[in-house]
Ligand binder design. Structure first.
Ligand code: CP
Ligand code: NVA
Length: 305
């Protein structure tokens, strides 16, 4: 594994190894055992979009691994003034040991990896959010004791989070059903790639416009914001289009009685889900947030150790 850009690019074994290492690092950290695997190493973190979880978890993760992290807002580095990805990749490769980038165009992340000589980690693009999906399946495993054979239902926008969940479930042998309104479905190319991965693990993929069909019998119910970063101007229109996709207690009750509720956060109560669902006892959203730290430490240790 040279980079962590898309879960489609990694093998089932690599995916499982990351989950095991994440669990081990989490247990060690809870036991107060230091694991300074990245002593003296530096991670540059480029952000052209906002972040709470990604920024904090990568920064803290690097400190806990004995290294350090540099927060670089694209507005403050020359990339924001038109310096090319090519030159940025070449220059950063001379200073640091790895780059984490959160940005709009997925191609920029691929180019950074292509032109640089150090590992690149995707901290979210318009297309994918692999760190999130890795932490999510770690969380499902902690709560359910298994992944294979479980069913995850994603209800809402066919966005970056939905795409990475398709890849993650396919790698893990989990069934996944996605319900989105017409015109807001997942990218067909991503669905085709996920089906290719699913054929290796036996995972079943169902894409539908019907939230009830998707959620029936689910072990895990997942949603995300209806308007992602960069889509703020579409919010009012999207609220109308997505209203039947809100996870309220009635829709949630159609999943299994012991299903868990997940959301990558930030969440908007009263929109993609009601407050009683996200604040209810079957919600594991803060475990998910915490596991970003442990899952990403596994990625950092694997790529930069
Ligand atoms: N879930 C997630 O990536 O959160 P941030 O946008 O706060 O990083
Ligand atoms: N789909 C959301 C995820 C935020 C973590 C976005 O891209 O804004």
């Amino acid at each position: 594994m040279k980079h962590f850009i898309s879960l489609h690019d990694i093998t089932v074994d690599e995916f499982n190894s990351l989950l095991s290492l994440a669990a081990k690092l989490k247990a060690e950290q809870k036991a107060g055992k230091p694991h300074r695997i990245l002593e003296g190493k530096t991670l540059a973190m480029i952000f052209t979009k906002s972040s709470t979880r990604t920024r904090i978890s990568f920064e803290v993760g690097m400190y806990q691994l004995g290294g350090q992290a540099l927060f670089l807002s694209a507005n403050d580095i020359q990339l924001g003034r038109g310096e090319t990805i090519y030159d940025t990749a070449k220059v950063m490769s001379r200073f640091v040991d790895g780059i984490m980038i959160r940005t709009f165009a997925h191609q920029d992340v691929l180019d950074l990896a292509k032109y640089g000589s150090i590992p690149v980690i995707n901290g979210l693009t318009d297309l994918l959010h692999p760190c999130q999906a890795l932490a999510d399946l770690m969380t499902v495993y902690e709560h359910k004791g298994t992944l294979k054979g479980l069913k995850l239902s994603y209800i809402g926008d066919g966005n970056n989070v939905a795409h990475s969940l398709l890849y993650a479930c396919a790698k893990a042998g989990m069934d996944i059903s996605v319900a989105s309104p017409k015109g807001y479905e997942c990218d067909p190319e991503i669905v085709a790639n996920a089906k290719e991965d699913a054929s290796l693990t036996g995972s079943q993929i169902l894409m539908t416009n019907d939230p009830v069909e998707a959620i029936t019998n689910a072990d895990v119910v997942y949603t995300d914001t209806w308007a992602s970063m960069g889509q703020e101007s579409e919010k009012a229109e999207r609220v109308k289009i997505f209203k039947d996709y809100q996870i309220d207690s009635e829709l949630f009750s159609k999943s299994k009685p012991d299903s868990i509720f997940m959301h990558c956060l930030p969440a908007y109560r009263g929109f993609e889900m009601t407050a009683d669902v996200i604040d209810g006892e079957r919600s594991v959203v803060f475990d998910e947030a915490e596991n970003r730290l442990h899952a990403q430490k596994a990625v950092l240790a694997t790529l930069m150790g």
